[in-house]
Ligand binder design. Sequence first.
Ligand SMILES: NC(=O)c1ccc[n+]([C@@H]2O[C@H](COP(=O)([O-])OP(=O)(O)OC[C@H]3O[C@@H](n4cnc5c(N)ncnc54)[C@H](OP(=O)(O)O)[C@@H]3O)[C@@H](O)[C@H]2O)c1
Length: 276
Amino acid sequence: MKKLTDLKVRFVGAGNMATSLIGGLINRGFMPSQIRASDPGGHQRQAVTERFGVQTFDDNNAHFGIPDVVVFAVKPQIMKKVTLDVANSIAETGALVISIAAGIKVKHLESWLSDDTAIVRTMPNTPALIGEGATGLYANQNVNKTQRRLTESIMDSVGISHWVDKEFKIDVVTALSGSGPAYFFLFMEYMQKTAIELGLSPEVAAKLTEQTALGSAILAQRSPDDIKVLREKVTSPKGTTEAALKSFNNNDLERTIKQAINAANDRSKQLSDDFS
Ligand SMILES: NC(=O)c1ccc[n+]([C@@H]2O[C@H](COP(=O)([O-])OP(=O)(O)OC[C@H]3O[C@@H](n4cnc5c(N)ncnc54)[C@H](OP(=O)(O)O)[C@@H]3O)[C@@H](O)[C@H]2O)c1
């Protein structure tokens, strides 16, 4: 296996996700010369070059070279056009393809590139923008062990990643961690709003809500106890937490959450089907 410091990575699209990944790779010790990116937007190209010293191009095929990995980081609507644009270049190099485009199935990528292309479909989430992402990964049969490890080292540069063994599970990942930040934001929004109604200043309510979410997540990560045990530990009999949890249960919060995640899972499948 090539050393990380010898790898060449090409980004197609240099927007938010690509910029985060490029930043993550540089933080991991990649040299700017190992990375190239293309994007029609002059502003994005300038930002990536100024921030990271990475060479950028307005043409997806320009100075393609022989990359080990090509990361597609464009909107799903233009994936077909963009993959067809560079299909020949990829076929010539035999590079591993990583797609971060939501909803684009591997079978479509194979039909636009070629059946024997090594392809990893990923589903990252917005905390990747600050290096705290959670990403689901699914590989086609052409991806070898080395390329799997390579994918992990790229996606783990902006958080954590986990493989799924069946492509339909990417829809579940989408419903869990892809859309998940919005669920927590909604919960935090309502907590904050209620605390303000009960008398806290907006600033204090915001800070305490944010730190409570952050502290709880870190505690859940670091503690050997599972989430249920952690919840039980905070809940003293007849105490304040118990009063709140009883209220959640009376309103069947579990059912509400199950319905919401199922709705997101169904919508993810439907969006993927629409792209076909
Ligand atoms: N942001 C997230 O947290 C997140 C989470 C999960 C999945 N994703 C997926 O990640 C992908 C990228 O998202 P993003 O948030 O990074 O979007 P973004 O910031 O809009 O980046 C996409 C970039 O692609 C460029 N582009 C447009 N046409 C192109 C072409 N023909 N060739 C090369 N580049 C082209 C765009 O330039 P212009 O702006 O000039 O058009 C833009 O800079 C999407 O497919 C999205 O579904 C994102």
